[in-house]
Ligand binder design. Sequence first.
Ligand code: ARG
Length: 274
Amino acid sequence: MEPRVLMADPKYFDVEYVINPHMAGHVGGVDRDLARDQWSQVKATYEDLGFPVAVIDPVPGLPDLVFTANQSFPGRLPDGRAAAVRSHMHAPQRRPEVDVVFEWHAARGTSIFDLADEPLAFEGMGDAMWVPGRRQILGGHGFRSEPGALTALAQRFEADLIAVRLIDARWYHLDTCLQLLDAERALIVREAFDAPSLELLERTFPTLVDVPLDEALRLACNGHSPDGRHFIVQSGCPVTADRVRDLGLDVIEVDTSEFLKSGGSVFCMKLMLP
Ligand code: ARG
């Protein structure tokens, strides 16, 4: 069966360095057995919803490889061909992950692109997402990806770009503070954005669902709806879960506590394939 989701085996997942505020105090503090159980639960959830998962082999020395949302940005070119744009990770420690993921994309015959001759920092679906049903990309900059990279990305896919600026390091990636449910509705952590960006988001998405601060810090916005009907989210985020249920979605809770120590949860533990 064609995979719809890409994940990476968590064998070497750990917190080995601190490149976002969530990681502080957690170096060497991951329970790897528990992490594997949690990762397997996330994988099984996608499979149960009808999304076959492909798994990349683990690589020693690349503890963040498990966050497969980050090393590439997949999509379809206007002519329908599957393509993937290479990321250029902001942190040097994460740069070798990109080749590992691209070997996998290349083996499937996906067309592969760099964004620029001189690499601009770009962290894949951590900072850029397709607006469902539209030829439009929502991109975030401020901590990791550079604005020029988002512009080049939209040009490459011949898509419109909505670019927003992140201003709070706790929500260092767009996927930690904004989660699209469909083309009209999104979960949001408002304090993560500067004022013009917030206005732009309010104009673009008629329904913005607020996530309370404590749940935002448990990365409730990093939950994910793969089909517009189910929302997979970190457990212990009851207010967010209720608000999403009120919109008519089924909420599926998973525990990603070990991955939260690294600043990641459901959305960034996988890559959706076109
Ligand atoms: N430790 C990783 C980093 O800071 C976590 C990445 C989580 N990914 C995401 N898309 N939010 O880069």
